[in-house]
Design a protein around this ligand. Structure first.
Ligand SMILES: Nc1nc2c(ncn2[C@@H]2O[C@H](COP(=O)(O)OP(=O)(O)OP(=O)(O)O)[C@@H](O)[C@H]2O)c(=O)[nH]1
Ligand SMILES: [Mg+2]
Ligand SMILES: [Zn+2]
Length: 336
């Protein structure tokens, strides 16, 4: 099924019965072929801040889009007043097909899934080494969501001035995931931003993690203040000092380009929507070994062919262990 296919005039007519009699169809609304492309930077109670060329344009969703929500990172088509002047409001008439979706549910039994960020290439999973304490289960869950949604994970461990990273590195070192460790001092002398930056160039990276781990601090170190001011209402979102972030916000990187998306802290990362069969795609070295698996194998069951295949020496047993650990994440409760 094509969920975000091209919008046609025919769709318009069907999705909106002509209630007021015989108005000529073609005048119902501007031709959407003329719509301008934009990107959603932040969403606040139904108002979407979009970047159209180099202008920041406020918009709302056209009714014809129905329940489909546009989220931060979405590429959208807009019509109406695109001047970006104060008190103007454009309409979003189309949400383009997404290259990736980061989804979560409030908890595993929650059928309501929300898309956190669209079109991100990378998920920066931010964990403080102390204050708040690291929560490996939350990290595992974010990893599963990343693999499921088609995002590459990056581990960012902050506050190494408060506690050493050894224990976490032991846990995640063998997962083959790139990581960066940062401290207060490195934030101040620019090293933190510099080191994280090497992983961000030219990509769209969403920063997620528990509240207070330092996502906004890091994003602010990455994006100079004047850039933050021109494209977002960042002060309204985060303010100065310790203000918890209340809505996701995309900010452009300079130089080689790319975007960073700051998101509000999460307590949990529900995985009700995850299809475990997709997690294997994050382990291309193991995938060939699944050929002998029973149909619809979860790869975490008795008849899974991976055990024998790995035993034969085709792949590193640590990788199978990692896969199983992520697959089991879904059954475990957070905070275990
Ligand atoms: N000691 C130390 N404190 C840090 C470091 N990085 C950030 N902090 C502090 O941690 C606190 C929380 O930082 P934020 O950047 O607001 O955290 P956040 O992840 O954006 O939090 P939410 O928006 O609530 O999700 C602030 O007081 C920061 O100054 C660090 O490397 N070391
Ligand atoms: Mg924040
Ligand atoms: Zn299997």
């Amino acid at each position: 099924m094509r969920r975000y296919g091209k919008h046609t005039d025919e769709d318009d007519i069907r999705s909106r019965p002509n209630r007021k009699g015989n108005r000529p169809r073609t005048n119902i609304r501007p031709k959407h072929e003329d719509a301008a492309g934009g990107m959603v930077l932040t969403v606040d109670r139904g108002r979407l801040t979009c970047l159209v060329e180099d202008r920041v344009v406020m918009a709302m969703k056209a009714r014809e889009l129905g329940r489909k929500a546009a989220v931060v990172g979405d590429q959208v088509a807009l019509v109406g007043d695109l001047s970006g002047r104060k008190d103007t409001l454009a309409r979003i008439v189309r949400i383009e097909e997404r290259s990736s979706v980061l989804r979560r549910t409030a908890d595993d039994d929650d059928p309501y899934e929300r898309v956190v960020v669209a079109n991100a290439d990378q998920l920066a999973i931010v964990t403080a080494l102390a204050d708040p304490e690291p929560r490996p289960r939350l990290i595992d869950r974010c990893l599963v969501a990343a693999f499921d949604g088609g995002l590459e994970p990056l581990l960012v461990m902050t506050k190494s001035d408060l506690a050493p990273p050894d224990k976490l590195l032991e846990l995640y070192g063998d997962l083959d995931i790139p990581f960066v460790v940062t401290s207060r001092e490195e934030l101040e002398n620019g090293d933190a931003a510099g080191r994280v930056r090497t992983h961000l160039d030219g990509r769209v990276t969403a920063f997620v993690g528990h509240s207070g781990v330092g996502k906004t601090t890091l994003v602010n170190a990455l994006v100079p203040e004047d850039r933050r001011r021109t494209t977002g209402h960042v002060n309204a979102v985060t303010g100065r000092g310790r203000h918890t972030t209340t809505s996701a916000l995309a900010l452009p990187l300079s130089g080689a380009g790319g975007w960073v998306v700051d998101t509000p802290g999460v307590r949990s990362f529900g995985l009700a929507h995850i299809d475990p069969s997709r997690v294997i795609h994050a382990f291309p070295d193991l995938e060939p070994g699944t050929e002998g698996c029973p149909r619809a194998c979860s790869h975490d069951e008795q008849d899974c062919a991976l055990d024998a295949w790995v035993e034969e020496g085709h792949a590193d047993p640590a990788r199978l262990y990692s896969l199983r650990r992520l697959l089991a994440t879904r059954e475990r409760r957070e905070g275990d």
